[in-house]
Design a protein around this ligand. Structure first.
Ligand code: SF4
Ligand code: SF4
Length: 160
């Protein structure tokens, strides 16, 4: 089964990312933006115990879950970007925390022959693909659910 592959390393080096999205009900939806946010919090974020991003939020819209993963509650977020500025590690690119939320369902009802429109239109070449790919620690490929894979060099805590 093909997956939507998002190269976070490539996208993070390229400033603002533009890719069309076929989500019908929200014409400005950017599924790739949403996937970037999820991937960053899963694999790049240090999961700080005293998280500066959480402490900086004036709306209690960003929380550290019991498993350490940071989650932004989009209905409370006002997109003030304070969390992004407070993070000492650059985990939260400004354009990944928009006021109007986007969603991505990885176009899961698409056949393996049809490429999602984000793949065809992403402004950064080869950063978004629709391919057969498996998780690989060696190649820094990690799954985000069953239908999405990201390329990212993760932050790993080194235990003594
Ligand atoms: S952008 Fe949203 S989550 Fe971040 S500090 Fe502002 S209100 Fe909180
Ligand atoms: S401050 Fe940055 S690295 Fe720390 S938990 Fe928040 S987003 Fe993650």
């Amino acid at each position: 089964m093909k997956k939507l592959f998002v190269d976070l390393e490539k996208l993070n080096k390229c400033g603002e990312v533009a890719a069309k999205c076929s989500y019908y009900y929200h014409p400005k939806n950017s599924g790739i933006t949403r996937l970037r946010e999820i991937g960053q919090f899963l694999y790049i974020c240090r999961h700080c115990e005293e998280a500066p991003c959480v402490n900086a939020c004036p709306k209690e819209a960003i929380e550290r879950q019991s498993d350490g993963i940071i989650k932004r509650f989009t209905m409370r977020c006002i997109s003030c970007k304070s969390c992004s500025l407070a993070c000492p590690f650059g985990t939260i690119p400004l354009d990944t925390i928009p006021y109007i939320i986007s969603q991505c369902d990885a176009c899961i009802d698409r056949s393996d022959k049809e490429e999602p429109i984000c793949v065809k239109t992403c402004s950064i070449s080869d950063a978004v693909k629709f391919i057969e790919i498996e998780e690989s620690d060696k190649n820094d490929i990690y799954l985000v659910g069953k239908h999405v894979a990201v390329h990212v060099v993760p932050w790993k805590k080194v235990h003594p």
